[in-house]
Ligand binder design. Structure first.
Ligand SMILES: [Zn+2]
Ligand SMILES: [Zn+2]
Length: 249
């Protein structure tokens, strides 16, 4: 489901007063059976304001520490039912340790680094240097885009780089029920929401079903049946075009 940009009230925010939230939702629904031909279409944001993390265009870290053009993330459980360390380990495994992962995409301009502490354990100045965050909670009523049913991504702190406007901070709000089994389905949600952080979109219309973690059977309501739970070559190509500032279509 793709929703228009909307202003939202931040949940417990430490950073900017004028907060604009933008994002998408993922919904798990019943798998459909009919085959949908795969389109060869773009699924990135284009134009003057693009929803992705601002560091996607660069890579300046080392093999042992992130640079300011890399993507550091922190994890924060906000429910007693999720052990924060276990979830952070699971997210890190999903993003950087399995065989098909987001980490390393676009010649390492996607370079994901887990912050050593939980998000709320940082002072605000240090936390402001962390590019994006995963929060897990039993509902997201305070994030209107997510509500009680959806996981979603919102961005904050728009910056212009001379080419387009993108965002210094991103937030992936995950529903407990989407990730608490620590299984392939949980990885599907984590990889999907991370795809939003990196600039990818949900299906634009019914039957817009690329071979993509963004257009998988989480979107059976849009006719998509692919169970893929990891970023595909198609997804990585799309993110590479964003990083190259070549996503003009
Ligand atoms: Zn989505
Ligand atoms: Zn950008």
């Amino acid at each position: 489901m793709s929703l228009p940009p909307q202003a939202e009230v931040p949940p417990r925010h430490r950073r900017t007063p004028g907060w604009i939230g933008l994002g998408w939702v993922a919904v798990l629904s019943v798998v459909a059976w009919h085959h949908i031909p795969r389109a060869h279409a773009n699924h990135t944001h284009t134009g003057g304001t693009q929803l992705h993390i601002a560091t996607i265009h660069g890579n300046n870290g080392t093999s042992t520490s992130p640079g300011d053009q890399d993507e550091q993330y922190c994890v924060q459980s906000r429910t007693a039912s999720i052990d924060g360390t276990r979830m952070a380990n699971f997210i890190e495994e999903t993003l950087v340790k399995l065989s098909t992962i987001w980490d390393g995409t676009a010649n390492w301009r996607v370079d994901l680094w887990r912050a050593s502490k939980f998000c709320f354990d940082y002072d605000s100045a240090t936390r402001a240097t962390i590019e994006y965050e995963y929060h897990i909670k039993d509902d997201w009523y305070e994030v209107s885009l997510c509500g009680s049913y959806y996981s979603c991504v919102v961005f904050d702190n728009a910056v212009y780089d001379g080419y387009h406007t993108h965002y210094k901070w991103g937030y992936s709000y995950l529903q407990t029920e989407h990730v608490n089994s620590y299984d392939t389905r949980a990885r599907k949600f984590i990889n999907h929401e991370t795809g939003h952080i990196l600039g990818l979109k949900d299906p634009d219309y019914y039957g817009h079903c690329l071979n993509s973690v963004m257009h998988n059977d989480l979107y059976s309501s849009m006719g998509c049946t692919d169970p893929v739970w990891y970023p595909t070559a198609n997804d990585k190509n799309s993110v590479t075009r964003i990083a190259d500032r070549a996503n003009t279509w």
